[in-house]
Design a protein. Structure first.
Length: 383
């Protein structure tokens, strides 16, 4: 019933966990298409071992051509009524495909969308910001207008990742006819857009199944001197979508805001700049704290480091250091503790832990950090 396509390039460190999670699905009627995209490590050997033990595993061995090329090669082999994708760094919950397939069959859906867990400096849950349920007939117009971004909620709308979704084979193959191999960023968002333009029914599930594991070696997390060229390819794909009869003026605004977003993210950390994350954190928060007070920072990763850098260069406040555990915060002396976490749900979760550890809620501060361009979009009446 379901063909699961796994593009693989030098993934020997994570591949076994990925494939085991697919093998362990409660839905047995799977075809697991492993596309070895020119790996130079032991990935192909691992795939072959799985194929010996499980006759559902199909191997496609090809020269390196990138993600779009690998997924297309997998689609060419797919024989299932439905198609799913899993990236080789990631893994999935055991009930994912059984539950998504049940919905697809019950409601005769072209696409079923689930959510995901992001595993980076911490684990956070994400679901589509469009409202769960079935979208068809007039409703399909609504979901299409949220397929790039949900401007009203400043959210992603339908999440771009193909890996959180189950597609009818016909619809996903049609979408990939409009996606070319020169697309190396935003591949999923562009393909999702073309899928939504061709789908007649979509079901959104308010549940996360997919575990997206942050790979520090990926292009997203390392400098890319050709980043602007890659954005140009995204722009070319969007302009092609403008010609579709289902594409509206509101969708074009979303597309251009989305391009603004990835340009902004490129400046922040993806173009190999020395001043990485320069525009990531608005320093307005420093002036919200009384002068002369002692501030302890609580958080994780690059976001915490950016807060720390700003605080150390702001001479009206005293920096008492950084911690990432409530017990360590409890031992420190400070006037205010600033939770340096961008995701509000995760910040609220950590705040509860800090209060439970005995820290006064009145001493805990958190500041929203919207991307700077949102205030210009709002002021111009585009949302």
């Amino acid at each position: 019933m379901v063909s699961v396509i796994v593009p693989i390039f030098n993934a020997e460190q994570s591949l076994e966990k990925c494939l085991t999670s697919i093998q362990g699905q409660t839905l047995n009627d799977l075809e697991i298409i492993c596309v070895n995209d020119g790996s130079t490590d032991g990935s192909l050997d691992i795939i072959r071992e799985y194929a010996v033990r499980d006759n559902r595993v199909v191997i496609v061995d090809k020269e390196n051509g990138g993600l779009v090329s690998a997924r297309k090669a997998g689609l060419a082999k797919a024989s299932g009524d439905y198609v799913a994708f899993v990236d080789s760094d990631d893994w999935i919950e055991p009930e994912m495909y059984e539950e998504l397939l049940q919905i697809a069959k019950e409601y005769e859906c072209d696409v079923v969308c689930g959510g995901y867990f992001f595993e980076g400096d911490y684990i956070s849950k994400h679901v589509d910001s469009v409202g769960s349920g079935l979208y068809k007939d007039e409703g399909i117009k609504t979901i299409r207008e949220l397929s790039i971004m949900n401007l009203k909620d400043r959210g992603v709308g339908i999440g771009g990742s193909l890996c959180t979704k189950l597609f009818s084979c016909k619809v996903i193959k049609k979408a990939y006819e409009s996606v070319f191999e020169n697309l190396t960023i935003a591949e999923d968002k562009v393909t999702t857009l073309f899928t939504m333009l061709n789908a007649q029914s979509v079901y959104v599930v308010d549940k996360a199944y997919y575990h997206y594991v942050k790979n520090m070696g990926s292009m997203v997390n390392s400098g890319d001197m050709d980043y602007l060229m890659h954005i140009q390819h995204v722009w070319e794909h969007f302009r092609k979508a403008y010609e579709h009869p289902g594409f509206t003026e509101q969708m074009r605004i979303q597309a251009e805001v989305y391009l603004t977003d990835i340009l902004y993210k490129g400046i922040n950390g993806r173009m190999g700049f020395l001043c990485k994350n320069m525009l990531w954190v608005d320093p307005y928060w420093l002036k919200e704290i009384p002068d002369g007070t002692h501030v302890l920072l609580y958080g994780f990763g690059d976001f915490l480091e950016t807060y720390k850098r700003q605080l150390q260069h702001y001479h009206n406040l005293e920096c008492e250091g950084c911690v990432s555990m409530p017990e360590k915060a409890k031992e420190a002396e400070f006037d205010y503790l600033v939770v340096a976490i961008k995701n509000k749900a995760k910040a609220d979760e950590e705040t509860d832990k800090l209060v439970a550890a005995g820290i006064s809620a009145e001493k805990i501060l958190w500041f929203p950090q919207d991307e700077v361009y949102w205030k210009f979009i709002e002021a111009n009446g585009w949302i």
